[in-house]
Design a protein around this ligand. Structure first.
Ligand code: NAD
Ligand code: TDX
Length: 342
């Protein structure tokens, strides 16, 4: 099978490529990534040069380039990870989110139609459901929960989902969608909560917690998400949405304290800073469907996954130190104040 993976130089896409090449060495992966600030070719170094792996630097909005690529390679399956993925950046500047996340998706689906792709898989997010109140722990997101977005990021992802389902109904494109909760693990860009807190704590820098830090996220180890997508593209039913999550809800403040404890850093590094605009309160996935229909269950418990993740960031300082120098520094100062937080 020939799988075209977009956004494979980013966090989840790269982990998915490693997972696929290990689990299905008979398959070929063609990775397309435009290498934005979030994409790092060095991440893919372990598989570069492998016979069944190829990398192409290309923007998914480049209609002509993408069609040419499909013409030359005829992929069987497309898995679309490519996206602008950071909520705070979408609040600062929404435009690129609409272009990549919506227009880019339409280009990939048009090419998939034109070249008879057997499965187009859209990697979506639980954020399309909006949020749940903190005082209703009995509520969860189900696949038929109405889309109800809060940020430009989640709106762009929900728009893409609607377009994917429209291509299924109108053109019969064989699609599937996965909506996963927050991922953590190796190679996550250090602007996201867990790697940001690890990197700052290691450098003895303040740890910026939005508002009171009571917001709840449902954390899943990245490899478990990869396993779910692998199952969906092979065994999932066309036209279906699958929620992915491991019932691991935690308040942000507890995550930050846990990282301090693991690194032996004092809690007085924690700073409660201005809250995110439109900040979603709680995400919580009901993964019953993917469990019952495809037999998916997560393998990694949070206590183990977070240990592995912290150890990975300790062992791969060169990877993230390289990233947080240069351009990222300018973003950090813009978001968290001149010279960082004090
Ligand atoms: P990421 O930001 O780490 O990686 C995104 C990748 O896409 C980067 O390599 C970037 O260079 C590439 N890219 C961006 N714009 C592109 C374009 N126009 N053309 C080609 N490549 C482009 O993101 P991530 O955290 O790995 O997320 C991957 C996908 O999973 C996204 O679609 C995201 O919405 C979804 N998702 C993420 C999470 C999470 O917790 N991180 C949870 C659920 C769903
Ligand atoms: O500095 C911070 N301080 C803070 O308190 C940052 C960066 C985040 N937070 C809070 C905001 C959220 O409540 O931590 C929580 C997690 O924030 P992010 O890591 O930015 O993730 P989130 O906004 O939940 O979105 C993530 O999960 C769903 C991914 O970035 C999305 O791509 C995915 O779709």
């Amino acid at each position: 099978m020939k799988i075209l993976v977009t956004g494979g130089a980013g966090f989840i896409g790269s982990n998915f490529i490693f997972y696929e090449l290990k689990q299905h060495p008979e398959d070929t992966i063609l990775c397309v990534d435009s290498l934005t600030y979030a994409g790092n070719l060095s991440t893919l170094e372990p598989v570069m040069g492998q016979e069944n792996f190829h990398f192409v630097k290309m923007d998914i909005r480049d209609r002509e380039g993408i069609f040419q690529l499909f013409e030359e390679n005829h992929p069987d399956v497309v898995v679309n990870f490519a996206a602008e993925s950071h909520v705070d950046r979408s609040i600062e500047d929404p435009q690129i989110f609409l272009e990549t996340n919506i227009i880019g998706t339409s280009v990939l689906m048009d090419a998939s139609r034109a070249y008879g792709v057997k499965r187009y898989h859209q990697v979506s997010t639980d954020e399309v459901y909006g949020d749940l109140p903190l005082d209703r722990p009995d509520l969860f997101f189900h696949e038929d929960t109405p889309l109800h977005t809060s940020s430009p990021y989640s709106s762009s992802k929900a728009s893409a989902d609607l377009l994917v389902m429209a291509y299924y109904r109108t053109y019969g494109l064989p699609v599937t969608i996965s909506r996963c909760s927050n991922n953590y693990g190796p190679y996550q860009f250090p602007e996201k909560l867990i790697p940001l807190m690890i990197a700052n704590a290691l450098e003895g820098k303040p740890l910026p917690v939005y508002g009171k830090g009571e917001n709840i996220r449902d954390w899943l180890y990245v490899e478990d998400h990869c396993k779910a997508i692998d199952l969906i593209i092979r065994k999932g039913k066309e036209g279906e949405v699958y929620n992915v999550g491991g019932h691991n809800e935690m308040q942000n403040i507890d995550i930050v304290k846990l990282i301090c404890d693991a690194l032996n850093k004092p809690y007085d590094l924690i700073r409660h800073v201005e809250d995110r605009k439109g900040h979603d309160q709680r995400y919580a996935i009901d993964p019953t469907k993917i469990h019952q229909e495809l037999g998916w269950l997560p393998d990694t418990k949070f206590a183990d996954g977070i240990k592995t993740t912290i150890a990975w960031y300790l062992e791969h300082k060169d990877w993230w130190e390289n990233i947080i120098s240069g351009e990222y520094q300018k973003y950090y100062e813009k978001m968290y104040g001149e010279g960082g937080i004090h």
